[in-house]
Design a protein around this ligand. Sequence first.
Ligand SMILES: Cc1cc2nc3c(=O)[nH]c(=O)nc-3n(C[C@H](O)[C@H](O)[C@H](O)COP(=O)(O)OP(=O)(O)OC[C@H]3O[C@@H](n4cnc5c(N)ncnc54)[C@H](O)[C@@H]3O)c2cc1C
Length: 454
Amino acid sequence: MTESTQKGQLGRQAVVIGGSVAGIATARVLSEHFDKVLILEKDPVDEGQPGFRDSTRQDRHLHQLLKGGAQAIERMFPGVTEDFVSSGAVQMDLGMDLVWSTLGTSLPREPLNINILQQTRPQLEHLMRRRLHDSGNVEFRDQCAVLGLLTTDDHERVTGVQVMERDTNQRIEIAADLVVDTSGRGSHLSRWLKELDYVPPESLLAKTDLAYTSLLFEDPHLGSDRPWLGYYVAAVPPTSPVGGAILPQENGRWLVTLYGYDGNHSPTDLDGYMEFASKLPDKAIYEAVREAKPIGEAHVFQSAGPLRRYYEKLSRFPDGLLTLGDGMCSLDPVYGQGMSSAILSAEALGEVLTDLGEGRSNLKGLYKTFFKKIGRILDTPWTMCMGTAMVYSSDTPSAKEKRESAYLTKVSTVAKEHPDLWVQFLRVMQLVDPLESLHTPAIESLVSQANDQA
Ligand SMILES: Cc1cc2nc3c(=O)[nH]c(=O)nc-3n(C[C@H](O)[C@H](O)[C@H](O)COP(=O)(O)OP(=O)(O)OC[C@H]3O[C@@H](n4cnc5c(N)ncnc54)[C@H](O)[C@@H]3O)c2cc1C
């Protein structure tokens, strides 16, 4: 984080709507620029320990923190990686420790020097929230549902939020110099904008009809020579619309997620779940969990598909308001990019605010620079997940997005024969490097040679 910024330079109070991963990262960044930051979260939150929440039902499913997101979290919350490790997160080298299987064939296992930490989503969120308290000027208020925005009479500027305090059933108003909506995919921001006579952003929902079914197991490899730490069976739509993964979690657990597109969903009862696992193109997941002891019940999460709201295309937007996270772009969970994209977006918000410099305390027109910058960050993960989305969705992306997505698919195929390119491809998938890094003359020429031979 930048050390030269002065707290309070941009205003007395910023309000963040939603206290999940995007909200926590956003609050951290805002804490460098405002006297006080208030996070309003509608769910009850136990500050003492990790826990599942009603409004983030995805938290019972596999959550990978990509390398790009992990690096950004550490920059934001120095020391948090150590917290993850000491709380039991499992460190894995992507090349050595994870078997990556596609249509029954697995990639050669060799060190890639891309290390990731694997843990449950509630633990990750809990440890980020705990570090947030170090900022000293952030207040996290749970059971506070934001009902709408307060504005000036001409609606040109947002001045705060209307809130329902769920524990007391009271409606209150809270003033803010800046409101950032991080309330997730179900955000009401489009409706609120319409009510204030603004045109909401155009959006694209690429329907893939995906479901995750996840079940915890005791890790049977604990204490033994492990053949691998994690196993990933990729879906290859439309040839093979189903996949699954076993990833180690804290406390000696495996979280095993089975997934399928286009209505190919795993049942939640144990027999149905095991039968689904047995039909994956690689039997390894089935074989591994057959002898393992399940803990609790399987949980399912259904998603219509990736959804992007193109805020960067808007030409009119109220001052004193921004948004980021899943509310702006909700990605295909299979690629594991949502949290990292949100964290990188929050980090970019910090850069935009720092660049404002002194004397720009009214934040006028900030949305233009901010949404353009975030739009560019989102282009990489969005393009990645469009490859699958286009197989199933008739709502197709723009010609540029289609072109980029088709190019990426070709790069991924060529990369399997070229180890250096495979590492670079993974760095882009892990959101360490942007999409443009796969557009060097050398890579483009490799891809076009492969095209000519095909
Ligand atoms: C099945 C599944 C698996 C996933 N796997 C991965 C993965 O492997 N890796 C990865 O990086 N990402 C993954 N994701 C995506 C990831 O969960 C999100 O990108 C991440 O949670 C960031 O989202 P967010 O903070 O913007 O929104 P959310 O996490 O949805 O949080 C929104 C928050 O806002 C609160 N809220 C909503 N409305 C209001 C209101 N009116 N007032 C106050 N509070 C409100 C909610 O209670 C919630 O806490 C997955 C998603 C799904 C569905």
